[in-house]
Design a protein around this ligand. Structure first.
Ligand SMILES: Cc1cc2nc3c(=O)[nH]c(=O)nc-3n(C[C@H](O)[C@H](O)[C@H](O)COP(=O)(O)O)c2cc1C
Length: 199
C-alpha cells in the first residue's frame, strides 16, 4: 500500500514539467500544510539575523498562506527575540522540507510584525484555551527561571503577535535518483520571474 503511495506520488512529481505547473504545485503544498497538521511543510525553519549580524534559526508552525498575495504567516509571542530581530532586520529565510518527496523550499521574504491589530484579536478570540497559553506567560520567553514546571500565566492577548512574510523568492529543489530538479521563482510586482537552475 505504502509502496503504491510513493509510486503515485513520484508519478505526480514527474508530471510537473513546466515552471507554471511547478509553481502551482508549490503553492498547493503550502496551502495544504496550513490545514493538514501532518503535512511536513506545517513546521518549517525560520532564519533571521540578530542585531549583531549573527544568523539565528528556529522551528515554527505555518499558520496562514495567501497564494494571491504571496504571503505566509506565523503566530508568536511579541517578546521573543525573533520579533526584535525582524523589526530591525526584516529579511528572513524560511526553509521547508518534505522527507518523503525530498522536496525543499527555500523562501526569501520580508517580515511584517503585527501586534495589537484587529486581525490579531479576531484570531486570538478563535484560539482554543490551551493554544492561548503559549502567549500568556507573565515572564517573557527565554527568561531564566528556577524550575521547569513553574508556569504563571496572564489573562490577556497583549503578547500575541502575527508575523506576515511577503515572499520575494522561492528556491525549489527536488532530490531525485533520475536527476535532481531546481527552480527559482522571483516575485516582483506584478509578475513572477521563473527559471530552472542547475541543482
Ligand atoms: C515543532 C515546533 C514548533 C514551534 N512553533 C512555534 C511557533 O509557531 N511560533 C513560535 O513563536 N515558536 C514556535 N516554536 C518555538 C521556537 O522554535 C522557539 O523556541 C521560540 O519561538 C523562541 O524563539 P526565539 O528565541 O528565536 O525568538 C516551535 C518549536 C517547535 C519545536
Amino acid at each position: 500500500m505504502l509502496k503504491w503511495f510513493f509510486f503515485l506520488k513520484s508519478k505526480i512529481i514527474d508530471t510537473l514539467e513546466t515552471l507554471e505547473q511547478l509553481e502551482i504545485h508549490i503553492w498547493n503544498m503550502l496551502t495544504r500544510a496550513k490545514v493538514d497538521r501532518k503535512h511536513p511543510f506545517r513546521i518549517f525553519v525560520l532564519g533571521t539575523i540578530t542585531a549583531s549580524g549573527i544568523p539565528d534559526a528556529r522551528n515554527v508552525i505555518l499558520r496562514n498562506v495567501h497564494q494571491s498575495n504571496k504571503t505566509l504567516c506565523i503566530y508568536t509571542d511579541a517578546r521573543t527575540p525573533k520579533v526584535n530581530q525582524l523589526l530591525s532586520q526584516p529579511n528572513a529565510c524560511l526553509v521547508f522540507y518534505n522527507p518523503k518527496s525530498k522536496e525543499q523550499l527555500r523562501v526569501r521574504a520580508t517580515a511584517s510584525v503585527l501586534i495589537n491589530e484587529q486581525r490579531n484579536l479576531e484570531i486570538w478570540n478563535a484560539l482554543p484555551k490551551h493554544a492561548k497559553k503559549d502567549y500568556q506567560s507573565i515572564m517573557a520567553p527565554g527568561t531564566a527561571k528556577e524550575a521547569s514546571n513553574i508556569y504563571i500565566d496572564a489573562e490577556d492577548s497583549s503578547n500575541f503577535c502575527l508575523i506576515e512574510f511577503d515572499v520575494l523568492e522561492i528556491d525549489f529543489l527536488e532530490l531525485n535518483r533520475k536527476g535532481h530538479r531546481r527552480a527559482s521563482f522571483k516575485y516582483g510586482h506584478p509578475s513572477v520571474q521563473a527559471t530552472w537552475l542547475v541543482p
